[in-house]
Write a protein that binds this ligand. Structure first.
Ligand SMILES: [Ca+2]
Ligand SMILES: [Ca+2]
Length: 226
């Protein structure tokens, strides 16, 4: 799947005419970490590679130290957000978190947004989170994500409610307030060296939007090329 193959133009680059409103970035993981929408290309870190994906190829991460790192850009610090990805986790240790997409500052005052998995009592759940601009963060987990199987996960935040989704269904929400915090730290897939929340398995078709998509939009995004 490629933009060039789908025709049309968007922002001066080759893109399908059906590009959804508000999309910032799309990293399809086709043997590289290019962003086909915003061109905020990532870099492989510590041996991150590629394997068979949900669509074409996917990011393949070892759960030890592999990550994809995207340098900060102001466009990656929206006020509202949708984060979507396909994941095929190889396992999440009991009680642990596995990072899928983070724009997290690691000075807790500049944490911005988070999508990952949490092993809660033996059930792997989707976990969404946002920073509060102070020393705390707020998150909500829900649903169930099977191991060694592809699942579509998403989190949205619109300034009032954080919602999490699995396979196009909303599985939880939490009332919060305020715009997302701006952080100058990079956006990462797969983990970080600060919290050791490494993701083991495959991550595919990562998309970020500057708006909270609805449940029906997320459900249709699951199987849609842009
Ligand atoms: Ca892919
Ligand atoms: Ca490695």
């Amino acid at each position: 799947m490629s933009y060039a193959a789908q025709g049309g133009t968007f922002g001066g680059g080759p893109v399908c005419t059906g590009a959804p409103a508000g999309i910032i970035s799309w990293w399809p993981g086709e043997g590289n970490a290019q962003d086909l929408v915003g061109h905020y290309d990532g870099a492989q870190q510590n041996g991150a590679t590629f394997g068979v994906g949900r669509v074409g190829q996917a990011f393949s991460l070892d759960g030890i130290d592999d990550a994809i790192v995207v340098n900060n850009n102001a466009a990656l610090n929206p006020a509202s957000i949708t984060i979507e990805a396909w994941v095929k986790p190889g396992g999440v240790p009991a009680g642990n978190i596995a990072d899928v997409v983070t724009k997290w500052g690691f000075d807790a005052t500049v944490d911005s947004y988070f999508l990952g998995l949490l092993n809660s009592g033996g059930v792997v759940r989707v976990l969404g989170g946002i920073g509060d601009g102070a020393t705390g963060d707020s998150g909500f987990s829900g649903g169930a994500v099977a191991l060694n199987t592809w699942s579509h996960i998403a989190a949205t935040y619109d300034g009032a409610t954080l919602k999490v989704f699995v396979n196009g269904a909303q599985v939880g929400s939490k009332a919060l307030s305020g715009s997302l915090v701006t952080t100058n730290d990079p956006l990462k897939f797969g983990g970080n060296a600060v919290w050791s929340e490494w993701f083991k398995g495959r991550i595919d078709e990562v998309r970020v939007y500057k708006a909270a998509r609805t449940q029906s939009q997320i459900a249709s995004d699951m199987n849609a090329a842009i």
